[in-house]
Design a protein around this ligand. Structure first.
Ligand code: IMP
Length: 423
């Protein structure tokens, strides 16, 4: 048995949560492998919207194990809030939720450090979600972090105090205007730790290894998107983890030869939240329409997302790095009503026409070259079968499939579980 992966191919917010939820009935285990509460995975079913930040998107299905892997960073306070929302809906997660002992904890001071760093950067800020992601991964690689398994040891509070004190000195060093009351944050944090401790902690790599031996099916759920990957994204405007396929190996302890299908999720256009280059970004009515119709607001921060045409140069790159075997196109319905659609198929890079993603895609270096397509007017949101899709959309899809040489297996035509067309 192999582990299938599901990943975002753009700058996040592709709709991974919805597709994981749709695919969960095919799997025994859903496992998050990186990122943390910077993610906001939105699921819609039975006329209700659910937003998950750290908990895997299979949690609403009975008989499925939901695993938070070692590569994830957990903020106990946000985690507790998420559990509270599940309690409100009588979702019984106590037996189905497992947490890796090797996952790192986001401390209150990590969040403060994130804020201090962003203030200090001024105009050059990353546009972080301010959830403490960067500082927590810095402590992980700096070998200073506190892990979930530490909570089972007697001396963890001593370790916590030493780290929090060090963070306070670092915050002071930034010398920025940041008001905070650490005592209040810590009271909330320690309460949330008790909630966390009531859950099942496991040696998740061993758990996955045994599950594979027993022929259990596993889906690894990515967070953020490939262009936010710490190594392959638009550095430094990226997140602090490997959001690409390799991240699933290190974030779960799965060997590369145990990876099966790689499902790549992309929007029929492009969005980005936070700072950083975005060659196909639109500043006109078309971009405004995409944002309004697509309700492009961050599920975690509420910030409006920047919108633009589909960037096939970037999409090719993401498919290549991840070894995508099947594509899923989201939000095709948002493009209904555009007379002409554009897809960026190449860049004019410093005067040269290129079709791969170069080192630097800043605006001054890159001008997108577009291929145009006829739009369609039909409302896709009520469609249930691939045979109903308009001819122009089929042409758009066929062009992408041919260029990427990967089949588009799902076309999503709305946020609800039911608005999913299989091809
Ligand atoms: P951080 O991960 O909070 O440090 O944010 C770094 C960059 O990644 C910022 O531009 C964020 O807006 C972006 N980012 C982080 N998580 C997500 C996500 O789940 N969706 C979209 N963008 C994200």
């Amino acid at each position: 048995m192999a582990v299938d992966l599901l990943l975002g191919l753009q700058w996040g917010d592709e709709g991974k949560g919805k597709i994981v939820d749709v695919l969960t009935s095919n799997y025994n285990i859903i496992a998050r492998f990186q990122g943390g509460p910077n993610a906001g995975h939105t699921l819609v079913f039975n006329d209700m919207k659910h937003v998950l930040h750290t908990i895997p998107s299979g949690i609403f299905h009975d008989d499925v194990i939901n695993l938070v892997g070692n590569g994830v960073v957990i903020d106990p306070v946000i985690f507790k809030n998420e559990l509270g929302k599940l309690d409100d809906q009588n979702i019984d997660y106590k037996k189905s939720l497992r947490i890796s002992r090797k996952a790192h904890l986001i401390l209150p001071t990590h969040r403060l450090l994130d804020a201090a760093s962003e203030i200090a950067k001024g105009k050059a800020k990353i546009g972080s979600t301010l959830k403490g992601i960067g500082p927590t991964y810095m402590d992980k690689t700096g070998r200073n972090g506190i892990r979930v398994g530490d909570l089972e040891l007697d001396n963890w509070k001593k370790k916590y105090r030493a780290l929090a004190n060090k963070h306070e000195r670092m915050i002071a060093f930034y010398n920025v205007d940041l008001q905070y009351k650490l005592e209040e944050l810590e009271t909330e944090f320690f309460k949330a730790i008790e909630t966390l401790k009531a859950l099942i902690f496991i040696d998740s790599e061993e758990y996955i290894h045994q599950a594979l031996k027993k022929e259990k099916s596993i889906l690894a759920e990515g967070a953020q998107g490939s262009l936010l990957d710490i190594d392959f994204g638009t550095y430094p405007f990226v997140t602090s983890s490997n959001t690409t396929a390799a991240g699933a190996c290190t974030g779960l302890g799965v060997a590369p030869n145990k990876i099966g299908d790689v499902f790549g999720i992309f929007k029929a256009y492009t969005t980005r939240v936070g700072s950083g280059p975005f060659p196909t970004e639109l500043f006109d009515e078309d971009g405004e329409t995409m944002g309004r119709v697509g309700q492009e607001f961050g599920a975690t921060t509420g910030r409006s997302r920047r919108c633009g045409w589909l960037d096939l140069v970037a999409l090719r790159y993401a498919c290549q790095i991840n070894g995508v075997t099947q594509l899923m196109m989201m939000k095709g319905d948002v493009l209904s009503g555009f007379k002409t659609l554009k897809v960026c198929t190449a860049y004019n890079y410093k005067g040269e026409i290129i079709t791969h993603l170069p080192y630097n895609i800043e605006e001054k270096n890159v001008t997108p070259i577009y291929t145009e397509f006829n739009g369609w007017n039909e409302d896709l949101t009520k469609m249930e079968d691939a045979s109903q899709l308009p001819k122009e959309l089929n042409e758009y899809i066929a062009f992408l499939e041919q260029d990427l040489d990967i089949p588009i297996k799902i076309v999503s035509v709305g946020p609800d579980r039911k608005q999913t067309i299989f091809r």
